[in-house]
Every structure is written in structure tokens, then in C-alpha cells.
Design a protein around this ligand. Sequence first.
Ligand code: KIV
Length: 275
Amino acid sequence: MSAQNHIRRITAPQITARKGGEPIVCLTAYDAPTAALADEYCDLILVGDSLGMVVHGLPSTVGVTLDMMILHGQAVMRTAHKSLVVVDLPFGSYEDSVETAFKSASRVMMETGCQAVKIESGSYAAETIAYLVERGIPVMSHVGLRPQSMNVLGGFRARGRSKDIADEIIENAISAAKSGSFAVVVEGVSEELANRVTKAVEIPTIGIGASAQCDGQILVTPDMLGQFARVPKFVKKYGDQLEATRAAIAQYAADVKDRSFPGEANLYHFKTAST
Ligand code: KIV
């Protein structure tokens, strides 16, 4: 019998059990080096379809494919060994039927080895969530601002200003929880609404632009690292990678032009074999 390494990862039920407890630390990651670092500090790593915008330069997440999610999921899974890894199901891969959703979700799990999937959860999602969970696929839901619906919503604006929409967001979260989601992302809502959603469900709420009222927080990692000049208002920049990268590339270009790179330290030195 072959020896197997069983890695003790954080599980979906363990995340659910953190409701109302120590805040759950989550970040997105799309590549192996970032996942390795995030894994040291995070409970949950999301391979978000935000990768379409922050890695591939798409105008929204609508153009992201299942193959893209799987490729990035595989990269993350190679170096994230402790955190729960969740991969987003992209637009068009789960909405039309529970069978389509199961096909997409099972493919993501089998080809990446991730532990769960996330779906953006409007009222249509309850049946899908229950179908996936019953068949062994943990589901994280996503309510409030749902970026895959930006063409219907008219952009990436905060949600829930009106009573009707606020009530609908709470309903979506309750329905996602009742259907078996292990956690729910709440995006782009007021502190008051985040508080109401958090109180309304027995699963942890993971906030993004939704105040500290949630049970955990997530950010799009390139945004919080400062890789972009413009980021959403709610993002706190914990780094300035844009300037650091620009300065490094500018210095490299200058060094090449004045022939100071490669310098002595960058050269191979081979001993000439004496014959
Ligand atoms: O795609 C993503 O990165 C997300 C987070 C913003 C929660 O869904």
C-alpha cells in the first residue's frame, strides 16, 4: 500500500463553527507564490473569478471561463496546504440547471483538489446549493453586490439602499443558509445591512465592503497589495506594489541601457579546463 500524506486542512464545517467567534481571515489568490503566503495567515483562500479583471485585464468577471478557474485553482492548490480553498464557479457555468452546476462544480473539485465552490446567489440559487451539498460539494454563497450580474445591476455599485433590495439581500442570505451553504460572502452593503444579514443567518458572513459587522473579511489580494492606482473605496491598501514594480522595471531598463546590467555579480564564471 502506498504511503499517503494527509494534510490537515481547515474544513467547511470548521468555518461554519466559527460563526460569532474569532473573525475568519480570507483573501483571494490566483497563483502559487501568493497562495503560499496567504496560506500562512488565512483560514480560507478564494480563487475568485475577480481573476478575470485583476490578472487577465477583462472589464468584468463575465468573460471568465471554467478552464481559467481550474488552471488558477490548480496553481493555488500546489502551495496552499492549510487553508480551506474555495474556487468560484464562473458566469454561465451553473445558473441554468442543477445538473449543469453539478457538472461544473465536480469538474472544478476533481481537477483542482479544492474543498468547496462559491456561487453568486440570487433567489434562483437555493435549489442548486441544496443539490450540490447533498452530492458532496460544500458551497459558499455570495449575496449583495454580485459582480456577475453587473450588466443587470448597471455597474459595481453598493447594494441595499432601498428597503426592497435590502430585504431581498437578507432573503437571499437566509435562503442560501437554509439550502446548506457553509458560509456566505456579503459584498458592497452598508454596516447596518451587514449587521442585519449577520444576525439573520446561522452561518458565518464574510464581508467585502460590508463593514466589521461580518464574521470574517475578504479582500481581492492585488487590491490590498496596492497593485492598482484605483481600487474600490472600501479597500485599505496594505502595500504599494504598483510603485515598487514600476520602480524596479524602470531601474532595470536604465541598467540595461547604460550596460550596468548584467554586472560582475550576475555573470557565470567557468574555470577553463586545462588540457
Ligand atoms: O471573485 C472574487 O474575488 C470574489 C470576492 C470579491 C469575494 O468573489
